[in-house]
Design a protein around this ligand. Sequence first.
Ligand SMILES: O=C(CO)COP(=O)(O)O
Length: 248
Amino acid sequence: MARKLAAGNWKMNGVKASLGEATALAEMFPAPKVDILLCPPATLVAPMAQALFGTQVHVGGQDCHMKTSGAHTGDISAEMLLDAGADHVILGHSERRADHGETDQMVAEKTVAATQAGLSPVVCVGETLAQREAGETLAVIRQQLSGSLPDVVDLKKLVIAYEPVWAIGTGKIPTLEQIAEVHDDMRATLVARYGDGAKDIPLLYGGSVKPSNAAEIFATSNVDGALVGGASLKAADFSGIVKALEAA
Ligand SMILES: O=C(CO)COP(=O)(O)O
């Protein structure tokens, strides 16, 4: 059985005062039945990890460089995230692929860097609306998985997030049948490549997850949790999603 994970991606949102939302969430779940993760912007990784020290809420970064150190102005390494108190890192989010030209190859190198540092990479894949309408969804996802993951990877650390680009921040979600089709295909693709160990890789769905739709999404085949954007910023909203995952 894959571990269940409720992950929040704060994107470029949050200031020091926002840490109160993180500590409020931790207070609501002193002994959660699922893993809870918050990925704030880089400036808040260390203070959030300090604020959450001793709680059951994990902290992650939103990106890391593929190198361990060096002349890469503006970048941070996986080791630096670990040093700041993170234990996960989101990689290959569609916003990074679009804003920073990240390729599958780069995401694969970052995935190696993250696992070598001891972080759990949350590797994101997802089709655009044009690709879905052209009937290319499964082919696109297979290709992204193939290119964004290295041949050798610590399966116990790896997490995959399926985030249809057109569902992010739009309030639109695929039908449950469409989510199941992609998640079942991802599971089969990963097992074919890595063997039975891939049955335990958490497969998250992301894109307009809210407390109101979380339960039905979590009841869908091969969905082990969610990667949540907007609804992870407030403890009151995110707690509803965590509770739905606990109940799933
Ligand atoms: O991109 C996402 C999480 O990484 C999803 O964002 P929303 O939940 O705001 O749609």
